[in-house]
Unconditional design. Structure first.
Length: 73
């Protein structure tokens, strides 16, 4: 399943680091974090619990960028 989310990230380097970390996570097939548009495109498996996965993603990226926000989570 492919979804797009509004995000808040402070710099392009942090956005790239967050993207790299998300791509390594179980359940994530692909991820793109765009600093300029403040959007994240996430592709996950169909059977994954999206809510639990998003909480794990947010916890992971906040270790890199403490101010990282995902709209709706």
């Amino acid at each position: 399943m492919k979804s797009t989310y509004g995000i808040e990230v402070d710099c392009a380097v942090c956005a790239q680091k967050c993207e790299d970390a998300i791509k390594k996570m179980d359940g994530v097939l692909d991820c793109r974090v765009n600093f300029l548009t403040q959007k994240m495109t996430l592709e996950t498996g169909d059977g994954d619990n999206l809510n639990a996965l998003m909480k794990k993603i947010l916890k992971t990226v906040r270790k890199i960028e403490p101010d990282f926000e995902i709209e709706g989570f």
